[in-house]
Design a protein around this ligand. Structure first.
Ligand code: ATP
Ligand code: MG
Length: 391
């Protein structure tokens, strides 16, 4: 019997007008994630079917991380003919161990002559007759046999695997993720992708104060995020000149505030350059001195670009839980230094004053430095061929 993967869309079906864009984007994303497999995709308005001779379990594992998929079912595809369905059911249940079961039929092809309830009874009695020591339990069955009768074929399956949900990456447009090597920003990126945002990443490095290992760690994180986004462009900004100028010209308590104002300015320029509609970062209220509401206000003041902070109201432990679940945690906790940590002052200001920040940063010609950073940035594309970056 031929096996087929059946994909249920979930949330996107509620967006009626955009449905075609959603389905086509999801289909493209699936094709990219499964580029190493020989597959054929058939799609309609409520379902997608993937046919393949390759390893179904491997394919299902990949599909579990594709946003926009609500449920995945591995089904047997048979002709929608009563006798064929009957023999197929017996063949399927023959080797499965259970004591209680129920049959659930869905008939979307109303030309099929038997109503769903009646067909449940027919198939239920057939199974009872052919297996010993079993009974029907409609409330809490050990085994559920589902039969979907559609225009072209009937699909017989048992359990539905939960999909990751969300919207297909890309349907919401593009966002620029400020990605450090920490725990929070990869999680922020993941959550943004979940809402359909195609991300590019920006990373600030300060060689020689930050190492190649720190940069590779960020590349590795991008590679891990590709599991959800197929390929991701990474913009690497050489931040050394600006950071050294801040170090020289500003009081140490304001260094982080001003450094982050510079990061925002640069991120906005890059975002505009790549037509990204929003900036995304991993800030979480109160987590560090630069993330008090007061600090956020003074830092954000340099830009009126929309900034999404998907983890802003999560506890650190909640963020860690997600990072473990999405596979970035192990990389995030590697010890390589971030450009912030190197110039970290002993007593960063918790309640910075906007006027002071402006006076301090006007002590050097940051505008030219910023333009140069943006112009000379390194741009690389990382894709989902795993384990290219060994660190
Ligand atoms: P993370 O765990 O994501 O590093 P954090 O708790 O260390 O976050 P900060 O260092 O204050 O917090 O940074 C807040 C956010 O600013 C980060 O989540 C990230 O989005 C951005 N950011 C910080 N440093 C960098 C960097 N070197 N390159 C790019 N973005 C950065
Ligand atoms: Mg950090």
């Amino acid at each position: 019997m031929e096996k087929i993967i059946l994909i249920k869309y979930g949330e996107l079906t509620t967006k009626k007008n955009n449905r075609n864009i959603f389905i086509n984007t999801l289909c493209e994303n699936i094709k990219k994630q499964l580029k190493n497999y020989n597959i054929k995709i058939i799609k309609n308005r409520v379902r997608m079917f993937i046919e393949t001779d390759d390893n179904i379990d491997e394919i299902v594992d990949i599909l579990k991380n594709v946003f926009g998929i609500h449920g995945i079912v591995v089904a047997y595809k048979v002709d929608n003919n009563i006798d064929i369905i009957k023999t197929s059911v017996l063949e399927i249940v023959k080797d499965i161990d259970f004591k209680t079961f129920k049959v659930e039929t869905k008939r979307s092809d109303k030309r099929f002559p038997i109503p769903s309830m009646e067909f449940n009874n027919i198939i239920g009695s057939l199974v009872l007759k052919n297996k010993e020591n079993i009974s029907v339990d409609v409330h809490n069955p050990e085994y559920e046999l589902k039969i979907e009768i559609r225009e072209d074929y009937a699909y017989i399956y048992t359990k539905e695997i939960k999909g990751i949900g969300g919207y297909p990456v890309g349907v919401a447009g593009k966002g620029l993720l400020m990605l450090s090597g920490g725990i929070d920003s990869p999680v922020a990126g993941y959550l943004a992708m979940k809402r359909g945002i195609k991300i590019e990443c920006i990373y600030f490095e300060s060689p020689p104060h930050t190492s190649i290992a720190a940069k590779n760690k960020v590349k590795k994180l991008v590679e891990k995020l590709c599991k959800y986004n197929t390929n991701i462009v990474l913009h690497i900004i050489n931040f050394t000149e600006i950071q050294e100028a801040i170090y020289k010209n500003c009081p140490s308590s304001y260094m982080i505030t001003i450094m982050r104002r510079m990061m925002y300015r640069i991120s906005e320029l890059v975002a505009r350059d790549i037509n990204s509609l929003v900036i995304i970062n991993g800030e979480s209220v109160g987590q560090v001195a630069s993330q008090t509401l007061n600090s956020m206000n003074v830092i954000n003041n340099v830009s009126n670009y929309p900034i999404l902070r998907p983890v802003c109201c999560l506890d650190k432990l909640e963020i860690i839980d997600i990072s473990k679940k999405i596979g970035t945690y192990e990389t995030s906790i590697l010890p390589y230094e971030d450009c912030c940590t190197i110039f970290l002052p002993k007593h960063p200001v918790i309640n910075p004053v906007l006027g002071k920040a402006i006076i301090y940063e006007n002590g050097f010609d940051y505008e030219n430095m910023i333009k140069n950073c943006v112009k000379n940035r390194e741009i690389i594309t990382i894709n989902n061929d795993i384990n290219k970056f060994d660190i």
